[in-house]
Ligand binder design. Structure first.
Ligand SMILES: [Zn+2]
Length: 411
């Protein structure tokens, strides 16, 4: 019974988010619930402060009745989005409508120390909440985008190409620190989910995302669901054999796609690649060098040529996968996706190979940052979801009310 109630509440909240101003009778029609049930659910959501009433000034079909609609009370609650990437660790605070309230970039003292890094990220999160004057108990959940993969159950850190952390329960570790429901997901999947829920491909069910930074990664939304694979590691497109023997990759293959199409490849061709890639501080330095090179490519023909060749190599590399997956839209994100030159070469190669899906690059449109995507994931999985415990929130509100009553009595 409770499961059903939670499911119904989640459906109502989602509909109100998607159609601001929707009224109770429309909600009843859309969900197939009775008017009485709808009245009760809406009352609960109003009571918990997650929705508010709006009065539509337009007169209904000339009958002079005002229509009372509903919309999400954006300030009725907040979520955190955390990104833990080799050189992009940050925190976002977002409201119930998904709008960003504040953000802070975190510079971990020692990224190879998992415990310390998580302590620092969580401290930064608490600071953002205080800085923006948000009550701590108004923060309802947190999402985390990581540059790695979790086990099949989705809680334990399995492995990451750069953050060589030991296996540990990352979800529980963060839940203990923040005392919030936590969802953790690979960064590429996180961005793909965020974009299909609220971003540039909202409502689409088949999307292929490739993130091109120093390394390469991908995520697939197929038939509306994240493609996870048997071991929950689907999307690791970075170290396939490319065919042409060239520079040795960090994966110890001399003909790996990473050494033809990624940020490492570009740095390598410009003799800027540091091969001691297992040192995290070097990765940060290499990340900054890559950004500088992409800037230089705008005015330097030779550098532009190298960037273009890498973009074309990625396009070439993706053709077979795209044939197999048949997406409606292809997203190219990450620092290389923001380069017009790299993106153009990627697109041209796909089109030349007969890929007809729409291609959007991070240069064309702004695509969610990892931390923003993590906050969107949290909203989708913990708030606009049957797992959201509205009843608990109602209890919280009445506790608060009782507490303030007591204050009044004492005074
Ligand atoms: Zn490789």
């Amino acid at each position: 019974m409770d499961t059903m109630r939670n499911f119904n509440r989640a459906s109502v909240m989602k509909l109100v988010l998607e159609s601001p101003g929707i009224d109770r009778s429309r909600l009843a029609v859309e969900t197939g619930l009775t008017n009485a049930t709808m009245t009760r659910i809406v009352q609960e959501l109003l009571g918990a402060g997650f929705v508010t009433e709006t009065t539509d000034q337009k007169v209904n079909q000339g009958r002079g009745r005002r229509r009372t609609g509903l919309e999400i009370n954006a300030k009725g609650g907040y979520v955190l989005g955390l990104s833990i990437l080799a050189f992009n660790t940050s925190v976002v605070l977002a409201d119930l409508s998904g709008a960003m309230i504040g953000t802070v970039s975190v510079e971990p003292t020692d990224l190879s120390d998992a415990r310390r890094t998580m302590d620092e990220i969580c401290d930064a999160a608490e600071k953002v909440i205080i800085e923006h004057g948000v009550e701590r108990d108004q923060v309802l959940a947190a999402g985390v985008a990581i540059a790695g993969y979790l086990d099949v159950k989705g809680g334990t850190w399995l492995h990451s190409p750069y953050l060589r952390w030991p296996p540990f329960d990352v979800r529980k570790s963060l839940a203990n620190r923040l005392n919030l429901p936590i969802v953790v997901e690979n960064v590429n999947r996180c961005i793909a989910v965020a974009e299909t829920r609220i971003g540039c491909c909202a409502g689409m069910t088949d999307v292929f995302l490739v993130r091109a930074a120093l390394g390469l990664g991908a995520a697939t939304i197929s038939n509306g669901k994240v493609l996870r694979g048997h071991n929950n590691t689907a999307g690791q497109i970075g170290h396939f054999l490319e065919g042409r023997v060239g520079t040795m990759c960090s994966c110890a293959k001399p003909d790996c796609i990473t050494m033809a199409a990624s940020g490492w490849a570009i740095l390598d061709q410009l003799e800027l690649r540091d091969t001691a890639v297992d040192r995290l501080d070097l990765i940060e330095d290499q990340g900054s060098k890559l950004l500088a090179v992409l800037e230089q490519a705008k005015s330097d023909k030779d550098v532009a040529h190298i960037v273009r060749r890498a973009g074309a190599a990625l396009g070439h590399h993706c053709v077979t996968m795209l044939r197999a997956l048949d997406p409606e839209q292809i997203l190219l994100t990450g620092p290389l996706g923001r380069s017009a030159i790299y993106g153009q070469a990627f697109r041209e190669n796909l089109v030349r190979n007969g890929i007809s899906a729409e291609i959007i690059t991070a240069h064309d449109k702004s695509i969610s940052t990892p931390a923003m995507a993590a906050s969107a994931l949290s909203l989708a999985e913990s708030i606009y979801s049957p797992s959201f415990d509205v009843q608990k929130m109602l209890t919280r509100k009445s506790d608060n009310a009782r507490a303030s009553e007591k204050t009044v009595l004492v005074l």
